[in-house]
Design a protein around this ligand. Structure first.
Ligand SMILES: *Cc1c(COP(=O)(O)O)cnc(C)c1O
Length: 371
């Protein structure tokens, strides 16, 4: 068998994004035991760095082992007991996934729906929360299937709290590339992933719980219906007291996450947001010039994920194949109701650099000229 030799791609899809060289170097550091005193310090560092990046003082802030979907599952299974009423806001594929998961923990799941490509009016979410008593409402911040960034999270959080519900927010494709203000907005459960805006490989799902969320967890009458993602059990390993074994932490991935978070700290969140915004605007302008205008209205566009509208009859899959094989650039197609109508171009984390936008636009121009 040949030695492993993966191509060096320019990753401009919806994730994974490019991994920063310092993060790759961190992955290659010597593995220590998951209860080693050295590793305990690494864990403490990661918790503090995560709090800073989420702009929260939430004590319970840890990376869950697994990809963003593990964060999603943890955000639901820990707070839903059989019989609880749950409201899921569905405006694209990841809202659908939230719905699918929630239905595995209680039969009483309601959907609030918007067509793919739209956002919710925070007032309509507030009205739904007022109309019926829900234990929990969940919504996606950046819906990666459409490139829409949901506005008014603070308002939705306030409506949830006024009506006794917890707000679960999916920030897998937004944090920390765009502002996510966990405390200022009052979000109860926020989860993300390591491989999108964080410049690390897939494998960890940061999650942070408000005091209200922890209380809900403490007051459960039934056991969490998922052993691996039971956050009370994980707290015994990640907490500040004596650490006890739950499952073997993915030690090197946690090194990687620590390095990725230090990169965030060094750049500063405001600068990081400005970088994502600036490269996105450059991409939007370039796509307009190529006749591929972003489909999402400017006010609802996520800088982290751009979805150009494709002209009818364009063989988009063939173009993406050529981008991959001739230019080493990965972008993604649309799916569900938007299949064939859009591309999905991610500019997240270490991928969100001007040189990548220049390269992609030049490649698209060449392909257009040649066709
Ligand atoms: C990618 C993504 C997920 C799922 O994350 P995985 O790492 O693929 O498990 C969930 N929600 C959103 C919004 C995403 O973009």
């Amino acid at each position: 068998m040949n030695p492993l030799s993966p191509p060096t791609r320019t990753l401009l899809g919806p994730g994974p994004s490019m991994v920063h060289p310092r993060v790759l170097a961190a992955l290659a550091m010597p593995t220590v035991g998951h209860l080693d005193p050295y590793f305990q310090q690494v864990m403490d560092d990661v918790k503090q760095l995560l709090r800073d990046a989420f702009r929260t003082r939430n004590d319970f802030t840890i990376p869950v082992s697994g990809t963003g979907s593990a964060g999603m599952e943890a955000a639901l299974c820990n707070f839903i007991e059989p019989g609880d009423n749950v409201l899921i806001c569905v405006k694209g594929y990841f809202g659908e996934r939230l719905y699918d998961m929630a239905c595995r923990y209680t039969p009483n799941v309601d959907r609030l729906e918007r067509p793919w490509g739209e956002a919710f009016d925070p007032d309509e979410v507030a009205a739904a929360l007022k109309a019926k008593a829900y234990k929990l409402v969940a919504i996606v911040h950046c819906e990666t299937s459409t490139g829409i960034l949901q506005p008014g999270i603070e308002q939705i959080a306030a409506a949830a709290h006024d009506n006794g519900a917890l707000l679960v927010l999916d920030t897998v494709a937004s944090w920390p590339g765009v502002p996510v203000e966990v405390d200022a907005w009052g979000v109860d459960v926020t989860y993300a992933g390591s491989q999108k805006c964080l410049s690390a490989p897939p494998g960890l799902a940061p999650i942070t719980l408000s005091r209200r969320a922890r209380e809900t967890l403490r007051n459960r009458k039934t056991k969490v219906a998922n052993w691996y993602l039971d956050l009370s059990a994980l707290e015994a390993y990640w907490g500040s007291g004596k650490r006890t074994y739950h499952h073997t932490a993915p030690v090197n991935m946690i090194y990687a996450l620590r390095e990725a978070l230090i990169l965030v700290q060094e750049e500063g969140l405001d600068n990081l947001h400005a970088r994502h915004r600036n490269v996105a605007e450059m991409l939007w302008e370039g796509l307009e010039a190529l006749g591929l205008p972003p489909r999402a209205p400017i006010g609802l566009r996520s800088p982290t994920l751009t979805t150009p509208r494709l002209p009818e009859g364009m063989d988009e899959a063939a173009l993406r194949q050529r981008l991959l094989h001739e230019y080493n650039i990965e972008i993604a197609g649309g799916f569900g109701p938007l299949a064939g109508q859009i591309w999905r171009i991610g500019l997240m984390g270490h991928s969100a650099r001007k040189e990548n936008v220049t390269l992609l636009l030049a490649a698209l121009r060449e392909l257009q000229a040649g066709s």
